[in-house]
Design a protein around this ligand. Structure first.
Ligand code: 5AD
Ligand code: SF4
Length: 421
């Protein structure tokens, strides 16, 4: 979602006649797009602002947008008095106001719902992978999570708007569509005739667009994985065989305290149904370790579920207490050293499964989508259907955007391969 917001901000400023620079000292405006999900990300924002302030031209405008802006509000101006703007994740479309009135401080952290989508200018060119936000905010209120506070209550965009954006992306260069939302599979929109649309309807509509060859969506909440959506994995070949469906913990007790009230049986049943619908499907998850009250036995159950499901492409995090959340007030917080030990153990396991999965791809041929050149310019980076990076030697002439690649080598982080002519 933040990557998407960053693109929209860049595109809005380009419409306003600006060009991008990699050099802070050259910039007339510096926009820091921020994440508040863990304390570490928020802390980084303030140290980065200090660096930007020293490196920028005295006349350059600078400020923050996104979730830290929403969380800090006017306090950000108290911490950094010469900051020019603080705009929340649903008001960054107002950014250009600061260009018209550079001497005023611009503060807006309203939860404006979907207004920004109507006001942002359309992107002229789409990247090969286009993100299409279909809903904003989240109603789940997991007790550790700041997102319902920073991005607000859940609201789905109209079906027609989502389809219009998907067609626009396809006509301007997109080959892959990634439907986005904090609770993407909770997408639900009822039109003026009373017809209700779900994510499965959007997938069906996107699959009909000839330019769109690959479809995915992120992030999914387990209990919203309804049968119509699972069925899509069986019948729609353009839907990639890869799903991010975070479990967060393998302990029923911890899940209850997280306010994620699904049973582990239900979760594993959904995985079984998905695998029956699409035998080559792979699942990824996020995990939080060291949630308040998590015992050694709770953590062992997380290790067990990770071993049972064999997730790929997964992330684990140490629980980080966040403002405006219920878990931050729980009294049985876990000491840092225990969190670190559990994180290292789970991380090592997740990495070993990733390496194993990558190695199992060697000698296979996978259909891959071009992402762009690597840092050296001598190689090209492609993405497999499972979002693994696959690196190939840059061919002479134009490289194919979507192509079969024979995988020749693998390590924990990436694959190497050769384009199949
Ligand atoms: N502490 C640690 N990790 C968190 N996440 C969300 N909130 C917190 C927190 N307070 C993780 C969850 C979520 C991912 C985006 O970030 O695992 O899925
Ligand atoms: Fe946060 Fe995801 Fe829970 Fe929503 S479902 S509150 S975004 S962790």
């Amino acid at each position: 979602m933040n990557v998407y917001d960053g693109w929209r901000i860049a595109s809005m400023l380009t419409h306003h006649g600006m060009t991008q620079t990699d050099n802070v000292a050259d910039a007339d405006i510096i926009v820091l797009n921020t994440c508040a999900v863990r304390a570490k990300a928020t802390d980084k924002v303030y140290s980065a602002l200090g660096r930007i302030r020293r490196a920028k031209k005295p006349s350059a405008l600078f400020g923050i947008v996104g979730c830290v802006a929403r969380e800090s509000g006017a306090d950000a101006f108290r911490r950094i008095p010469d900051l020019n703007f603080v705009l929340g994740p649903q008001s960054y479309h107002k950014l250009t106001q600061i260009l018209d009135n550079p001497d005023a401080r611009l503060l807006n952290i309203d939860l404006g719902g979907l207004e920004k989508f109507d006001e942002l200018p359309q992107m002229e060119k789409s990247p090969t992978v286009a993100y299409i936000p279909i809903q904003e905010g989240c109603n789940h209120c997991c007790t550790y999570c700041i997102v319902p506070y920073t991005r607000g209550r859940e609201i789905s965009r109209s079906f027609d708007d989502c389809v219009r954006d998907t067609i626009h992306a396809a006509k301007t260069g997109a080959v892959e569509i990634c439907f986005l939302g904090q609770n993407v599979n909770g997408y639900k929109y009822t039109d003026e005739n009373g017809k209700t649309y779900r994510l499965s309807d959007l997938i069906r509509a996107a699959a009909k667009i000839p330019e769109i060859m690959r479809i995915r969506f992120t992030s999914s909440y387990p209990t919203e994985m309804t049968d119509d959506l699972i069925e899509m994995f069986a019948v729609e070949p353009k839907l990639l065989p890869f799903l991010n469906m975070p479990i967060q913990s393998g302990s029923q007790n911890v899940l209850t305290r997280m306010n994620r009230p699904y049973s582990l049986e239900l979760y594993t049943d959904i995985i079984d149904k998905l695998r029956a619908a699409r035998p080559d499907i792979q699942i990824s998850s996020d995990f939080i370790v060291g949630f308040p009250g998590e015992t050694d036995s709770d953590f062992d159950q997380t290790m067990e579920i990770a071993k049972r499901i064999k997730y790929i492409n997964s992330y684990c995090f140490k629980y980080s207490p966040r403002p405006h959340t219920a878990a931050a007030l729980m009294t049985d917080q876990i000491p840092e050293n225990i969190k670190a030990t559990r994180l290292a153990q789970l991380d090592e396991y997740l990495n070993s499964v990733q390496r194993e999965f990558n190695e199992s791809c060697v000698d296979k041929t996978l259909s891959c989508l071009l992402e762009g050149p690597d840092k050296t310019g001598r190689h090209l980076v492609y993405r497999t259907p499972y979002m693994q990076q696959c690196i190939v030697v840059r061919p002479d002439g134009d490289a194919p955007v979507l192509t079969d690649i024979k995988i020749t080598a693998a390590n924990k982080a990436s694959l190497r391969g050769e384009i199949v002519k």
